[in-house]
Design a protein around this ligand. Sequence first.
Ligand code: NAD
Ligand code: IPM
Ligand code: MN
Length: 355
Amino acid sequence: MNLKIAVVPGDGIGPDIVAQAIRVLDKVCQLNNHSVSYETVLAGGAAIDKVGVSLPPETLEVCKKSDAVLLGAVGGPKWDKVESSNRPEKALLGLRSGLGLFCNLRPAILYKQLKSACPLRSDIIGDGLDIMVVRELTGGIYFGKKGKSEDGNEAYDIMSYTRPEIERIARKAFEIAQKRNGKVTSVDKANVLETSRLWRATTEEVKKDYPDCSLDHLYVDNASMQLVRNPHQFDVILTENMFGDILSDEASMITGSIGMLPSASLREDSFGMYEPIHGSAPDIAGLDIANPIATILSIAMMLRYTFSLAKEADSVEAAVYQALEDGYRTPDIYTDGMIKVGTVGMGDAIVERIK
Ligand code: NAD
Ligand code: IPM
Ligand code: MN
């Protein structure tokens, strides 16, 4: 197979973690006789510095012509004063909406080797954790009308959802649940928000087509508490854009570190964008200590969802498992007695273990 990948390294730790993910993809392709080509494009702060805009039109064009996009992270304090329409983060939103990627999958899996890196008590965490957060990605408050008054004393961001937008993401969540434990928990704020009341009613309607699945609803404040009180009550969490952003960062910490959580941003065809859920981590950029596993596991998701290469995806996940089993740890997941490595060292350990 020929894999055509657009690469958006971005800012901060982005280029470093993407470099390790590319090594992994190269190795897996080499071992399985696939050819892979990369086209690296600019977005975020790196694009502002080079060409003045955070999302150059060529970047979107190259992504559209590829099979899949691999993205590091965008943003950082250097660009915090850039006008809002040209911020680095706006480029990411432009890619998501420009590519129609409404379905964001964020699997929170606690590897058994990292139980001691998980901040929850061992009696709470038990045998581990495996939750899939299904986050709506191209609607809600992120994409509603926004603005501020001339005197700068008032600002607004409008949150809106349409029934079709909710229906399509709900269907994705139920389809995923069917391949898991069939349990969907929809998270909203229906006690306060109109959008959430539409969300709740629509998810109930969609559920009728999935009699083999269950659907429960939780308010987002309660859900964020339940996630640390008893994470095992969750299988698939279905939620809107902003709640999904917040809950997935919370869930990531249960897996030991935000540096462990990959993501796939999908639409109805096989195209996808793959990125870690974390940001550009300006506080550790350039130090060779960022954990590349979230990005490497995003490669596994790419192989699985875009290319239907399940065996190759399994081999990437198995290599991550084995590197952890053999004791390799970046500082964010380090515990006593383990082997401390940096970004490149973790890349080495994983690449060597791909079979
Ligand atoms: P962040 O996720 O970048 O960092 C939060 C904390 O987690 C930091 O202490 C950081 O060092 C740590 N961390 C993150 N990734 C790590 C990794 N792989 N290994 C070890 N530690 C890791 O969030 P932030 O500091 O709020 O945001 C920094 C910038 O990134 C902002 O400009 C923000 O807008 C942007 N951001 C971008 C994305 C993205 O591109 N997808 C996601 C989130 C934030
Ligand atoms: C993420 C990030 C983005 C989001 C930002 C950078 C726009 O936090 O991918 O989780 O809020 O979706
Ligand atoms: Mn986020």
